[in-house]
Every structure is written in C-alpha cells, then in structure tokens.
Design a protein around this ligand. Structure first.
Ligand SMILES: Nc1ncnc2c1ncn2[C@@H]1O[C@H](COP(=O)(O)OP(=O)(O)OP(=O)(O)O)[C@@H](O)[C@H]1O
Ligand SMILES: [Mg+2]
Length: 243
C-alpha cells in the first residue's frame, strides 16, 4: 500500500466539490458524496440529473473539478487505469463490452490487474450461468441482457474495493435483475463498497444503506435508505411520474 493511505479512515470513496461541465452545460455542481467501507450507497434522480456524469468523472472519464479520495488516499490525479489498480472500477451505463472478443477474453481483460482472476471468474460464472454456457462465443452474439451481465462481471473481475454501477439492471428480464441485485448484495459480504445508480429507485433503496437524491446537477436530499423510502415528498418530487 501507498504511504499516504490512512488505514484508520472509514471512508471508501469521498467526492468533494465535484463539478462536471460539457461546454456551457454544467451537468454536476459542487457535489459532496461519501461511501463508507462496506457500504452500499445509491445515487438516484430523474433522467439528465447528472448521475452518469458523476460516475464517469469519478473514474477520470469526464473532465471535472473537485477531488476524489479512495480508501483514504487522494487519487484526484490518477488516470482510469491507475484507479483500477488502486481498487476503483466503473461498470458504465449501456453495454460496453468488446463484441469481437469471446466471453472468456472479455472476462480475462477485466481481470488483468487482479491477483486472483480465476477465483473471481468462477464466482461470476456461478452467478451468471449464461456466461458459462456461452464462454467461447463472441460477446457481440449475446443478447442485450447477457451483454449487460458480461459488462458487470467484467467490472468485478478487476477485484475492486469500490465499484461504481451505472444502471446495472437496465433492460434486463426480472430473473436476471434478481441475479444482479444478489450479486450486489454479495459484494457487501465481500467487503466491497458500492455506489449504485439505478432507475429502479425502490429496489435500489431496499438494497442500499444510504442514498443521495440528485436533480439538476446537485444533491437535493440525502439520508438512510429507510428514511428515503418513506419520504413522500421525494416520491412526488422525483419519481411520482414513474410509480
Ligand atoms: N458528453 C456529453 N456532452 C454534452 N452533454 C452531456 C454529455 N453527457 C451528458 N450530458 C448532459 O449532462 C446532463 C447530465 O447527464 P447524465 O448522463 O449525467 O444524466 P443521468 O442522471 O445519468 O441521466 P439518465 O438517468 O438519463 O442516465 C444532461 O443534460 C446531458 O444531456
Ligand atoms: Mg445516466
């Protein structure tokens, strides 16, 4: 471990003053967010709120202002690959897999920096038997839902300490959504900290310890999942149209 890592610090990920702009559009403003070690935290909000921008900026895939702290270490200047090595991985929105590589190759690439890739792969293949059945097939031939599964499995192959999941259940059949949420719950038992962006707000809050609600690029409300689940204003304000 690096000298500057503070092992007494209970935080896994701390974002301070995070700002993201695309030209004149300011997508995220002054965002402050903490994920403690072993916690599942959900970031929810309507379309266009700035959730994906927040995750992308955290892993250096979008220009940003502000600082990022990982396991007590300031990693603001780290590039994306350096962050993966330090234990921070993003499973991005949409299916970002390599379509011309096989499932096995996609997983292997994801696990390139891990110490125990075979062990993690076994865990992923047990959780997602479809990936085992199609192991030597090119990933582009998988259905949309299966590609999404592969994208998540690949992100977890890097053996992250902190994982950012952007809408992992998007477009998936209910049974596969169940497998995804079970996997997220597993991560907690493995001591992995999770920042989860999810459209299925209720389900996200059921699995999370705490939540942040953002709209128009800013955090509007934060609290324990149980408080947010029973917050009627919240339902009317942000999710009324969906439920
Ligand atoms: N690459 C980009 N260039 C320009 N504007 C962008 C870019 N990416 C996002 N935006 C804008 O930034 C704002 C926030 O987008 P973002 O994707 O972060 O929202 P989101 O909360 O993830 O929404 P959704 O729930 O629809 O995924 C939106 O107004 C969007 O149009
Ligand atoms: Mg998004």
């Amino acid at each position: 471990m690096h000298d500057t890592v503070d092992k007494t610090d209970q935080s896994a990920l701390v974002l301070r003053g995070l700002g993201v702009s695309y030209g004149v559009i300011q997508a995220v403003r002054g965002l402050e967010l903490t994920v403690n070690r072993g916690e599942i935290v959900t970031l929810i909000g309507p379309n266009g709120a700035g959730k994906s921008s927040t995750l992308m900026a955290t892993v250096g895939l979008a220009d940003r202002e502000g600082t990022v702290e990982l396991l007590g270490q300031d990693v603001s200047e780290f590039g994306t690959e350096q962050l993966v090595r330090a234990g921070l991985t993003l499973s991005p929105e949409g299916r970002r897999i390599f379509p011309y590589l096989t499932i096995a190759e996609n997983l292997r690439l994801g696990g390139a920096t891990a110490k125990n890739p075979k062990e993690i792969e076994q865990r992923m293949l047990e959780r997602f038997p479809k990936l085992r059945a199609r192991y030597t097939q090119t990933a582009g031939t998988l259905s949309g839902g299966e590609q999404q599964m592969l994208a998540i499995a690949r992100a977890l192959m890097s053996d992250p300490k902190v994982v950012l999941l952007d809408e992992p259940s998007l477009g998936l059949a209910p049974k596969i959504v169940d497998a995804i949420f079970e996997t997220i719950a597993d991560l907690k038992t493995l001591g992995i900290s999770v920042l989860l962006v999810e459209q299925d707000v209720e389900r996200a809050l059921q699995i999370a310890d705490r939540g942040y609600v953002m709209s128009h690029g800013e955090i509007q409300v934060q609290g324990s999942s149980s408080d947010l689940l029973t917050n009627t204003d919240l339902k009317d304000m942000f999710f009324g149209e969906r439920k």
